[in-house]
Design a protein around this ligand. Sequence first.
Ligand code: NAD
Length: 392
Amino acid sequence: MVIKPKVRGFICTNSHPVGCAASVAEQIDYIRSQGELGEGPKNVLVIGCSTGYGLASRITSAFGYGAKTLGVCFEKAPTERKTATAGWYNTAAFHQQAEKNDLYAKTINGDAFSDEIKEEVIAQIKQDLGEIDLVIYSLASPRRTDPVTGETYRSTLKPVGQAYTTKTYDTDKDKVHDVTLEPATDKEIADTIKVMGGEDWERWLDALAEAGVLAEECKTTAYTYIGKELTWPIYGQATIGKAKEDLDRAAAAIIHKHSDLRVDAHVSSLKALVTQASSAIPVMPLYISLIYKVMKEEGTHEGCIEQILGLYHTCLYGDEPTLDDMNRYRMDGKETNEATQAKIKALWDQVTQENFHELSDYAGYNYEFLKLFGFGLEGVDYDADVDPMVSW
Ligand code: NAD
């Protein structure tokens, strides 16, 4: 089949297997070009391993530190008539490269929130690895079924307290316009915390510890976005921010509960980037198009792989981690410092439908967006007939 992008709203409904493989290879090449990285993880569990920050974590663990990686993701397989999701093809490409390089890699595709998948993962660890010394928690999901009650919760992306009117960019219609977001109800806030808060991260660590598959001094981190004034009303101080605050509670609870194993748990704050999760958040495409412009001009622009390599090198396995007063690792300083934020704010105040393409790095945003689905990569023949039935 010849595969061209089918963009619907903030998502692309198909993906390109050869393009996804090229994009995974690009990240692997970047990591391998860094040379010897020193002491790092040995047996890594990446929950949310197939796209975005989780995929970058898996690539850094395996190709940077030679670690064995066990991944969990929730991706759709291909059929003869429909492509798989991008995360499926990324995972297949990762496996192919790992095999070529004699690196252990197994992936379990299923609902990470469920007890069944936790049990499957534990059985796999017992069979192949013995124990895990790094657990990366990188899930982004709109819903979660609580395995204890069977109830399904949905997350919402709404302000807290009062309505918020702001500029936004509609990627599908190429339009900058005002949007008013109504405040969340108490139930919507509580449900978002249920989905994107720390409960499931804690349950993973509890299950792994109880099964005896956590190494002493095992490290674990869950990813967050904190941002600044421009994004606080829709992110940091909104429903999703409330859920992310719950990660701080969970980190402290994990350290306390598993003190016998001296488990080291931190939330890591990363910069805003184009991923499938962030393109779904109102305001973020506009904000990201502007920060790409400013940070590329400053020479401080980074993608997922650069951010994660920095996190491993300076925080998780480095001597001088940047920690904030909540014990979080901070990798977002190049975005959130006052000088950079002032430049972004100046552009934000001026941006309109007419000058959007000129003031922002829309081209960069769009390139990265399509690349998430394996489109627009150099050296890939998009007119070629390709087989969607790729597996691992
Ligand atoms: P993403 O959409 O690229 O990745 C999400 C991953 O979660 C995928 O591997 C997907 O398969 C997996 N997943 C989703 N639901 C699942 C389920 N039920 N069971 C198993 N796997 C499931 O998202 P991302 O942007 O890389 O986000 C990862 C984390 O990083 C999130 O916690 C997010 O808040 C955080 N973060 C993102 C940004 C950003 O700008 N993108 C910035 C800072 C922090």
